[in-house]
Design a protein around this ligand. Structure first.
Ligand code: PEP
Length: 252
């Protein structure tokens, strides 16, 4: 049975004190009432070490939102996969559309990042998804397939099993516009079929594919009820413990 996951992506929000308070609140809530899914919070780099010490990792997984495409050395301002791992984090988000768009991360750069993250034993939440123009031109399937081929289909089947896919239509991220559950299910099923073509049905069936894009407590139950939607990657609604818990509860 593949894992059901609700992962938060804090993005560039919360100073250290605010982030610690949110992590502590969530930790208390989830320890008191065990979730029916894996829960992960992906925080800015500066929060990782402190949050890692505070949370019960058997209840909440911890992830970074990015890592460097180089192993170590003279890369001022960068944070390596090894550094992320050394904080106690278990996950890293790679390929987020904001990184692709604003920081010009190409498929080749992302391929390097994925390899370095896996080398450190991190699980990768790899984001794919089309823009509004691509959706309107009915190119969404071609886009997500190319994103997989460009950065993760070079992996062995054993390594691919350490990847969680997050389908995030760019037009739905932070816009309040959610893909309908039918739209999301259709492309999730397509993504699973592409993985099956490449790695076989067994690997495809074991791959968790999360939906991301204005997911909230009110629409999560309908999205998560779909057979190929294994949870969510949550931006805005992961910044308040009650909102995030509302989404986690969609698995109840
Ligand atoms: C995201 O950016 O990963 C995301 C899903 O954001 P939001 O939930 O705010 O749309």
């Amino acid at each position: 049975m593949r894992k059901k996951i609700v992962a938060g992506n804090w993005k560039m929000n919360k100073n250290l004190q605010e982030g610690m308070a949110l992590a502590a609140e969530l930790n208390d809530i989830l320890k008191a009432e065990k979730p029916n899914c894996d829960v992960v919070i992906c925080t800015p780099f500066i929060h990782l070490a402190k949050v890692s010490d505070m949370i019960d990792h058997s209840v909440i997984g911890l992830g970074a939102e990015n890592c460097a495409d180089k192993k170590s050395g003279a890369y001022t301002g960068e944070v390596s996969a090894e550094m992320v791992r050394s904080t106690g984090a278990e996950y890293v988000i790679l390929g987020h559309s904001e990184r692709r768009e604003y920081y010009h991360e190409t498929p080749e750069i992302l391929r390097e990042k994925v390899l370095l993250a896996l080398e450190q034993g991190l699980k990768v939440i790899f984001c794919i998804g089309e823009s509004l123009a691509e959706r309107e031109a009915n190119k969404q399937n071609a886009v997500v397939k190319a994103e997989l081929e460009g950065s993760v289909f070079n992996l062995s089947a054993d390594d691919f099993k350490k990847i969680v896919i997050a389908y995030e239509p760019i037009w739905a991220i932070g816009t309040g516009k959610t893909a309908t559950s039918d739209q999301a299910e259709e492309i999730h099923a397509y993504i699973r079929s592409v993985i099956a073509e490449k790695y076989g049905k067994e690997v495809a069936e074991e791959t968790s594919i999360l939906y991301g894009g204005s997911c909230k407590a009110s629409n999560a139950p309908e999205l998560f009820a779909k057979p190929d939607i294994d949870g969510g990657l949550i931006g805005g609604a992961s910044l308040k413990a009650a909102d995030f818990k509302g989404i986690i509860d969609a698995w109840k």
